[in-house]
Design a protein around this ligand. Structure first.
Ligand SMILES: C[S@@+](CC[C@H](N)C(=O)[O-])C[C@H]1O[C@@H](n2cnc3c(N)ncnc32)[C@H](O)[C@@H]1O
Length: 183
């Protein structure tokens, strides 16, 4: 509860980031040459879009033909809209949109029931891209929320994202999942 209030104050004041730091820029650059072709030129929904800064970069590297953003915090959604992202307020734990390609960048570890959320995402989207920080001991990178350890990530992939391409870079995991038979 206190953590949520702290998080809200930070988001209200600064957005999800004051600026996009070098580690995130490096990750986006790294992933840009590894995106499977069937994920390019899609209608991209950024689930947990924050203030829209990263959404815009992801839109570029995925060559999105349409870009939407969804986030639970109104102040972040307003910031994203001001940056030109077609964003709206949505609690991803209460329901999810449907579309061509879902992207979740650093959001899963903020959710109370990530398993239920992944289950619904793969029902609503034929293609899913997830980037998550991996819980590290000792912690070398500060992350709000409850970062996931590698074992839980492996189990989630096995259960809900079978056949996904799973890549590791920096302190994160990058997952590309296509529903069987979808191109
Ligand atoms: C670490 S931030 C990442 C934001 C953005 N993807 C980025 O990289 O800048 C986590 C985001 O998840 C959003 N979030 C957390 N719980 C959510 C929920 N239940 N529904 C929608 N968004 C949620 C937060 O508001 C926040 O914008």
């Amino acid at each position: 509860m206190i953590v949520n209030k702290f998080q809200k104050i930070i988001y209200d004041l600064f957005g999800t980031s004051l600026y996009i730091g070098q580690p995130i820029r490096d990750q986006i650059k790294w992933i840009s040459s590894r995106i499977p072709p069937e994920f390019l030129n899609r209608e991209l929904d950024d689930l947990g879009c924050g203030d829209g800064r990263v959404t815009q970069l992801l839109g570029q590297v995925f060559k999105a033909k349409k870009l939407r953003g969804f986030d639970v915090y109104p102040s972040l959604v307003h910031r994203a809209c001001r940056k030109g992202v077609d964003a709206c307020i949505m609690d991803l734990e209460a329901g999810l949109p449907k579309g061509e390609l879902a992207v979740m960048w650093g959001v899963l570890h903020h959710l109370k029931d990530r398993e239920a959320c992944i289950k619904t995402i793969v029902e609503n989207y034929p293609r899913v891209f997830i980037r998550e920080p991996i819980k590290q001991v000792p912690i070398t990178v500060f992350e709000m929320g409850d970062p996931i350890d590698k074992e839980e990530i492996d189990n989630l992939v096995k259960k809900y994202l079978p056949g996904a391409q799973v890549l590791y870079y920096s302190y994160c995991v990058f997952i590309f999942y296509s529903r069987n038979g979808v191109k």
